[in-house]
Every structure is written in C-alpha cells, then in structure tokens.
Design a binder for this molecule. Structure first.
Ligand SMILES: [Zn+2]
Length: 102
C-alpha cells in the first residue's frame, strides 16, 4: 500500500488503511480542513460561521488561518482580505489551467 500523504510504501501495520502513520493521517486531515476553511473564506464566511459549519471551535478556525497567513508570508495588515485575494487568484489560475486541458 502507498500512503496517501507521503507516498511511501507501507506494510499495513498502521490500521488506517490509507496512511503509513498517525502523523501522516493527522497531517492529511489538517490539510483537508485548511482547504475547506479557505473555500469558506472565499465565500465570505466569518470565523464563527465556519466553526459552526465544520463543528470546530472558533479558536481552531483562527489557528488554521494563522497557519495559512504564515505559509503565504502575510504578517501584517488586513490578513483575511489579503489571503482571500491570494487564494482567489490561485483558484482562477487553476481554473484557467484546467480550461486549457479540455
Ligand atoms: Zn505517510
């Protein structure tokens, strides 16, 4: 079996069925969560609404945002708006690329 997170081959000692370790399982879910949160951000949702929708604490939503801010080098100013612009641009680029392949 190949791990869906790191692509490493594993023997199935770890019981998840899709990942080689608890670490990969956790990372994978954290990334998926971040993508969900980013999508809701682009739709203009507030932390409170995002938390409610995903069944997580507002604090957790904030932690995800902070991680995204850091990974996009956003350290000051109106963070959510900047991040939304970056994500929106990325989304447009991806749609554009996908369009070229069809
Ligand atoms: Zn792995």
């Amino acid at each position: 079996m190949l791990c869906e997170k790191c692509g490493k081959e594993y023997t199935g000692e770890f019981a998840s069925g899709r990942f080689c370790s608890m670490r990969c399982l956790r990372t994978y879910h954290a990334v998926e969560r971040s993508i969900q949160i980013a999508k809701l951000l682009l739709d203009g949702w507030e932390n409170r609404e995002i938390g409610k929708e995903l069944g997580i604490a507002q604090r957790t939503v904030k932690a995800h945002f902070n991680k995204m801010f850091i990974s996009h080098n956003i350290t000051s100013g109106i963070k959510r708006v900047k991040l939304a612009v970056i994500l929106y641009r990325k989304q447009l680029e991806e749609e554009h690329e996908n369009g070229q392949h069809t």
